[in-house]
Write a protein that binds this ligand. Structure first.
Ligand SMILES: [Fe+2]
Ligand SMILES: [Fe+2]
Length: 432
């Protein structure tokens, strides 16, 4: 009897211990989940270099601190190897604005520096008092005709801190001298998630501060209901304010070394007749008065989808005639979580003449579409994370798409021909 009682007592104690342990662990988990892994501190973080209206003579930088740091500065000078010379850097005070959203209280700081020398390597840092970033190097753009390089990324959106960082890091390793990085929307999954933006800046780290970013919004940068842009978008980026009223810093353009880059806000085209019309007039004017030999347009919702249920007819019927008329060269898109590339007939053409514009949709994060039913494309991929590297030299654009494994997946050259549509020369590896 005594032995049985002791066994019961031990079992009871053991069960009690297990319950207590479970309770304790759950408590720790709950507490851990509530801890912000990227809290604002006095040190500058989320330092992002933005594309400007003229990247050959100006840069724009944004960063964040905790809300008790109410001012910030940017110091800049041409690169020197002499560490003593940094005392000579010029200093510019940031525009600092308080940011309160849900449980986040921070200050966002932004500086635009103009009057820089073209094609020059500069060093800059941001901060104040005892809290400064490291010195970053960045090169201003050159002039039309200089060799241009850029990186294009489709949706990041998922796996931002797990499977996406390898993509942007390999893109940078293969093209460290890129003039800019284009993001074709759905950069995060929930536009108002501080955690996801924190993961993006963790994943891209100093690359965000070194190569100017051209960010175009997707549907996931908007609240699920209504027409509200992510509360983080405008405080954390300083994009050219040269777009239509009400769509500033989501619709904008810049001219870099002979290529006009245009960001269209495709979500608002799909959602609003008024915003469609505004953007149509604006894009028409930009394409009609374009002094650059090359034109790239970046936006989220693709003209040609990989599934009939994802057809973005408003985007296509609004802009395809303009792209044909004004001979846009390359159209960079996202949204479908797959890869597809192809050319299309000129709108209304009787013969089978391709327009010269290449339409591409791509994905850089790990979220993938499970269905693929399109047949318009010459090259496609599913369940593959990719990044794209583009260079333009003279009358030829060289395009390369790499998988996250670093392998060349797709490639072509686009050659300008006088008075005729561009000629596409396949360079892709076999069996794609
Ligand atoms: Fe997406
Ligand atoms: Fe999307």
């Amino acid at each position: 009897m005594i032995k049985v009682d002791q066994r019961k007592k031990r079992l009871f104690l053991h069960a009690g211990f297990v319950v207590l342990l479970a309770f304790f662990c759950t408590g720790i988990q709950a507490q851990t989940a509530a801890v912000n892994p990227f809290p604002p501190t006095p040190n500058p973080d989320r330092i992002v270099l933005n594309v400007t209206g003229d990247p050959s003579t100006s840069i724009a930088v944004n960063w964040r601190t905790c809300d008790t740091v109410r001012e910030g500065f940017l110091e800049i000078m041409p690169v020197t190897a002499d560490p003593r010379a940094v005392d000579k850097a010029s200093r510019k005070q940031a525009k600092s604005e308080a940011f309160k959203f849900e449980d986040i209280a921070a200050n966002y700081h932004s500086v635009t520096v103009s009057g820089l020398r073209p094609k020059t390597l500069y060093m800059y840092r941001v901060g104040q008092g005892a809290h400064w970033s490291e010195w970053f190097h960045t090169r201003t753009a050159g002039k039309s005709g200089d060799k241009l390089s850029f990186i294009y990324l489709g949706d990041v959106q998922a796996g931002i801190k797990t499977l996406w960082p390898r993509v942007i890091r390999d893109a940078y390793a293969k093209m460290p001298d890129a003039n800019l990085i284009l993001y074709a929307g759905d950069i995060v999954n929930r536009g108002n998630s501080d955690l996801e933006w924190g993961e993006l800046f963790y994943g891209g780290s100093f690359i965000h501060s070194t190569i100017p970013g051209m960010h175009s919004p997707g549907n996931h940068e908007y609240a699920r209901t209504g027409d509200t842009l992510s509360a983080f978008w405008r405080p954390q980026f300083t994009l050219p304010e040269n777009g239509p009223e009400g769509l500033k810093e989501t619709c904008y353009f810049t001219d870099v070394q002979g290529m006009r880059f245009i960001s269209i806000n495709s979500y608002r085209v799909e959602e609003s007749d008024k915003d469609l019309q505004k953007q149509k007039v604006w894009v028409d004017s930009l394409l009609r008065n374009n002094p650059n030999p090359w034109t790239a347009v970046v936006f989220h919702h693709p003209f040609y989808s990989i599934r009939p249920t994802r057809d973005n007819v408003r985007m296509r019927s609004t802009f395809k005639p303009l792209f044909d008329k004004y001979k846009v060269d390359i159209v960079l898109q996202g949204h479908d979580h797959a890869y597809a590339r192809g050319m299309q007939k000129i709108e209304g053409a009787t013969k089978d003449e391709k327009s010269g514009a290449v339409y591409i949709l791509s994905v850089s994060g790990p979220k993938m579409s499970s269905k693929f039913e399109g047949n318009w494309m010459d090259v496609s991929a599913s369940y593959t994370q990719l990044f794209q590297l583009v260079t333009v030299e003279g009358n030829t654009l060289h395009y390369k798409s790499y998988t996250a494994a670093g392998e060349l997946y797709d490639a072509f050259d686009l050659v300008k021909q006088k008075g005729k549509p561009n000629k596409l020369v396949e360079q892709k590896p076999n069996n794609k």
